[in-house]
Design a binder for this molecule. Structure first.
Ligand SMILES: Nc1ncnc2c1ncn2[C@@H]1O[C@H](COP(=O)(O)OP(=O)(O)OP(=O)(O)O)[C@@H](O)[C@H]1O
Ligand SMILES: [Mg+2]
Length: 258
């Protein structure tokens, strides 16, 4: 891990605040949050309900505009008291993968087509997209259901397809809001292995909001929020070694360049 501290952060927030509403109805969802997350890190974001976790993910994902502060993503200044880029949609498509608490699959496409669609939007040929989507779904143990429509999938299956969709373009920044909540512990472990492999191979930063204490030992650092403020950052020293985790994950699935 020693090399990580010397690389440029993928996510840099300086004094980020976000409030909703004004005067009587004002809610300070984020207050002066400063944090940096580095390539190859898998970090947890924890805190009580209403502490600002989802708001913070949405700010980093350029979905929610902050009220103040500065943000750089992948070394590029993205926000400085206003958005500095017009094409936020393209930035999200190419650089950021979202995994939501409830899946956001398109109901009129099969599971595999849902994954392929994101690849094709980024310029991958449909032949390559089909193969890569199939590989990714196989690894997430939902390959056998790839031709089913989302409404025909169980909750856990749909969530795994949604995770494949988020990872489709091997984004450098992966934002996950309770990604393992609908999964049993074995499949939650598979998802965490996969996120770790993405972090390593793509030098990505993975940020996971969770209440699931069974995966806390998977994080390099845990950021704790309370009332919109970052109150502590714990570095995980229990360190199940990265090599052990990686031994379980086939490389070819993630590299997508075979
Ligand atoms: N669009 C909005 N308009 C007004 N207030 C909002 C909005 N979104 C979030 N909030 C408020 O901001 C605060 C932080 O909400 P947020 O969703 O970020 O919390 P959270 O930590 O993700 O909670 P949970 O664990 O319940 O998902 C809460 O008080 C919430 O009510
Ligand atoms: Mg939330």
């Amino acid at each position: 891990m020693s090399g990580i501290a010397f690389s440029e952060p993928l996510v840099e927030l300086h004094g980020i605040s976000k409030h909703f509403g004004e005067s009587d109805t004002r809610v300070d969802a984020l207050v002066d949050v400063t944090m940096s997350i580095y390539p190859q890190e898998v970090v947890g974001l924890v805190g009580p309900s209403g502490s600002g976790k989802t708001t913070l993910l949405n700010v980093i994902g350029c979905v929610t505009e902050p009220s103040a502060g500065r943000m750089r993503l992948n070394g590029e200044a993205i926000y400085d008291h206003r958005w500095l880029r017009r094409d936020l949609r393209r930035l999200r498509l190419e650089k950021i993968g979202f995994i939501f608490q409830t899946h956001n699959l398109l109901p009129f496409l099969t599971g595999r087509e849902n994954v392929m669609e994101v690849m094709e939007l980024a310029g991958v040929s449909s032949v390559d997209a089909g193969r890569r989507a199939g590989d990714l779904l196989d690894y997430l143990q939902v390959g056998h259901r790839q031709d089913a429509m989302p409404a025909q999938l169980s909750g856990g299956e749909a969530q795994r397809v949604a995770i494949a969709r988020a990872l489709a373009n091997s984004p450098r920044i992966v934002l996950a809001d309770e990604p393992t909540a609908p999964l049993d512990s074995a499949r939650a472990a598979v998802v965490m292995d996969l996120l770790r492999r993405i972090a390593i191979d793509r030098e990505a930063a993975i940020i996971v909001v969770t209440h699931d204490e069974s995966i806390f030992n998977r994080f390099d650092r845990i950021f704790r929020l309370r009332d919109g403020r970052l109150v502590s950052v714990d570095r995980n020293r229990s360190a199940e070694t990265i090599a052990t985790v990686l031994a379980n994950v086939p490389r070819t699935v993630i590299r997508g360049d075979s």
